[in-house]
Design a protein around this ligand. Structure first.
Ligand code: IMP
Ligand code: MG
Length: 221
C-alpha cells in the first residue's frame, strides 16, 4: 500500500503539516515504495471494489476509450456549423461526458442537467423534474444530451419533451449504453456507444447506491 503522508484535519495547521512532510520517508533523498501496479480487470481483486466482486467485466477501459473516440468523430462530422451545447445528465454521465467532449473536434460548450423526481428551482414534465443553470440558453443551439445508459427510456422521453419546448436548433441524444428494451422512447437515440446486455452495470459513471462510479471499466454485479 502506498503512504499518502496523512490527511490534515481541522485541528492541524499548515506549519505542522509542512514539518511532517520534511520528516517523511518519501522525501527526495529516500524513495518511497514502488507504486502498486493497477489491478487488471478480471485478473485479481481490484482494490477499488473494496472486497466486493463483479460478476464480469463487460467493457474494458481500452474498449470504452476506442468507442468514445469513434463517437467523438461521428459527432464532429454531424455538426458542421452552429453552436453546440453538450448537455450531460448528472450524475451518471459525468465521466463519459469528460472523455467524449475531448474527442469532439469543433467548438462546443458543456453544461449539466439533473433529472430527478424531486428538486428545487425545477422545470417539470410528468414526474421528471429538471434542474439546470437558468442562465443556460437553449434557443437556437444544437443540444446534444449525453446519458450514461438508456433502460426504460422514461428519463429521456420526459427530458426531450421539456427541452424541445425551449426551441433548440436541434436536439439529439448520445448514450454510452443502450439496453434496447426501452418502450417509453419517443424517438431513437442518435448516437449509441454499445448495445448493452440486460444486466445491472456499474463503473465509468454508472453506480449502484452511489458506489462504483470511479471504476475505469464497466462490469456487471
Ligand atoms: P430509464 O429512465 O429507465 O431509461 O433509466 C435511465 C437511468 O437509470 C440511467 O440514467 C441510470 O442512471 C439508471 N440505470 C438504468 N440501468 C442501469 C444499470 O444497469 N446500471 C446503473 N444505472 C442504471
Ligand atoms: Mg444512476
Amino acid at each position: 500500500m502506498r503512504a499518502c503522508g496523512g490527511l490534515r484535519g481541522p485541528q492541524q495547521d499548515a506549519v505542522s503539516a509542512a514539518g511532517r512532510d520534511a520528516e517523511s520517508p518519501r522525501s527526495a533523498s529516500t524513495p518511497g515504495p514502488a507504486a502498486a501496479p493497477a489491478a487488471a480487470p478480471g485478473t485479481g481483486p481490484d482494490p477499488r471494489l473494496g472486497g466486493r466482486a463483479l460478476r464480469r467485466v463487460v467493457y474494458t477501459a481500452d474498449v470504452i476509450a476506442r468507442r468514445v473516440r469513434e463517437l467523438g468523430a461521428e459527432i464532429t462530422d454531424c455538426y458542421p456549423d452552429g453552436e453546440l451545447l453538450v448537455f450531460g445528465l448528472l450524475k451518471g454521465s459525468v465521466i463519459f461526458v469528460s472523455d467524449l467532449v475531448r474527442a469532439i473536434e469543433r467548438p462546443l460548450q458543456v453544461d449539466f442537467v439533473v433529472a430527478s423526481s424531486y428538486g428545487m428551482g425545477t422545470e417539470s414534465s410528468g414526474t421528471v423534474h429538471l434542474a439546470y443553470d437558468a442562465a443556460t440558453r437553449l434557443e437556437g443551439r444544437h443540444i446534444l444530451v449525453v446519458e450514461d445508459i438508456v433502460d426504460s427510456g422514461r428519463t429521456l422521453a420526459r427530458l426531450s419533451s421539456v427541452l424541445r419546448g425551449r426551441q433548440p436548433r436541434s436536439l439529439e441524444v448520445c448514450a454510452l449504453l443502450h439496453k434496447r428494451i426501452a418502450t417509453a422512447l419517443l424517438e431513437p437515440v442518435r448516437f449509441v456507444g454499445f448495445d448493452a446486455p440486460s444486466e445491472f452495470l456499474v463503473g465509468y459513471g454508472l453506480d449502484h447506491a452511489e458506489n462504483y462510479r470511479h471504476l475505469p471499466y464497466i462490469g456487471s454485479i
